[in-house]
Ligand binder design. Structure first.
Ligand SMILES: NC(=O)c1ccc[n+]([C@@H]2O[C@H](COP(=O)([O-])OP(=O)(O)OC[C@H]3O[C@@H](n4cnc5c(N)ncnc54)[C@H](OP(=O)(O)O)[C@@H]3O)[C@@H](O)[C@H]2O)c1
Length: 317
């Protein structure tokens, strides 16, 4: 059952890919620690990271030491080969070391080449759940056939996927399976790395930001779904609704997401801008009328193409 909590911070998982200075702004560790403290003060207790997010696991481990109330969801990534039991063991031990924990709250098995048979991987991770070394197993970017198969092998509880007003491929088929199998959806890309905010309202053309994820990940995503012109039109509507409720564009985008039945939690990426943190943490306090949310849904359907299952073009086939 996708029951949502009344506590606003409970709707969020803090995304910590942003601690990786190779794909996001290079921010000093002291500033990141201060930002994490600010989120903690707002009541955030769930954090998302990954083995492939550079220094992210290590910084989180340091900042959340002595906070057993905080849950850290990490990931294990094996893109194009089936790992051996030893490789899986190494991955788990490395996460435990980095996070400074005796047990992992959650490991999410990251997407892999779907042509590989991941049965043994899922079976191996399940053994760590049985032994109590991992509290729960999740997956990320598993499409419908992959999740269907995984559910027959391992006790998967969640699937982390991209979902926003721009990317709604989740609704094509995966949503039905997740509802039926009671799989929690953790939605990332909620702000499309900041594109869905006032900062981009008057931007006519997208400029490359080099190695920044906004460029290589989300600009590509926008191009696949309909292009920047379509996003500009959406931003105008978001702005109209935002003004009506005295909210910001990003707050309306988060509100829309939180009102989707399929979404269990929103994974918003860390920012060290205190105003943005406040804005995100207060985003869900204001209720937006269902007609306005419906208008946004309809406009997004008209503006953006949603071809295939989740993660279709990212996988390249
Ligand atoms: N499973 C996967 O494959 C996968 C893929 C991508 C992400 N994720 C997870 O999802 C998390 C979230 O990342 P995301 O890619 O989805 O990014 P996002 O949450 O859509 O965007 C985060 C960025 O948006 C900007 N931002 C935050 N609040 C804002 C506000 N109120 N107004 C304007 N801009 C704001 C910040 O950039 P500035 O600080 O520069 O302003 C921040 O770094 C990641 O950390 C990761 O944990 C998972």
């Amino acid at each position: 059952m996708n029951v949502k909590s009344d506590c606003v911070a409970d709707s969020f998982i803090l995304g910590c890919w942003q601690l990786d200075d190779r794909s996001w702004k290079a921010t000093p560790e002291t500033d990141l620690a201060r930002a994490i403290d600010t989120y903690l003060a707002w009541g955030v207790t769930r954090f998302d990271t990954a083995d492939i997010y550079g220094r992210s696991e290590r910084i989180l481990g340091k900042c959340l030491k002595g906070r057993p109330d905080c849950q850290i969801f990490t990931k294990a990534v094996f893109f194009d080969s089936v790992p051996t039991p030893k490789q899986i063991q190494n991955k788990i031990e490395s996460a435990l070391r980095n996070l400074q924990r005796d047990r992992l709250d959650c490991i999410q098995i990251h997407w892999h080449d779907p042509r590989l048979d991941f049965t043994s991987t899922l079976e191996e991770f399940s053994k760590y759940v049985e032994r109590g070394k991992i509290a729960r197993l999740g997956v990320t970017n598993f499409n419908t056939p992959m999740l269907k198969k995984a559910l027959q092998i391992a006790p998967i509880k969640s699937n982390q996927v991209q979902y926003s007003l721009i990317d709604r491929r989740l609704e094509n088929s995966l949503q039905a399976l997740c509802l039926q199998a009671d799989i929690a959806i953790f939605a990332y890309g909620s702000l499309a790395a900041g594109f869905l905010s006032d900062k981009f309202l008057n931007v006519k053309f997208l400029l490359s930001e080099g190695e920044h994820a906004r460029s290589f990940y989300y600009s590509n995503m926008i191009a696949q779904h309909g292009g920047w012109e379509a996003v500009r039109e959406l931003l105008l509507t978001l702005d109209k609704i935002a003004k009506k409720y005295r909210l910001s564009i990003s707050q309306v985008a988060l509100n829309w997401l939180n009102n989707r039945q399929i979404v269990s939690s929103i994974v918003t990426g860390l920012t060290n801008d205190r105003q943005q943190i406040k804005s995100n943490m207060e985003a869900l306090k204001t209720a937006i009328d269902p007609e306005d949310l419906e208008m946004l849904s309809t406009q997004s359907e008209e503006l953006f193409e949603q071809v295939g299952d989740i993660y279709s073009y990212e996988r390249g086939f």
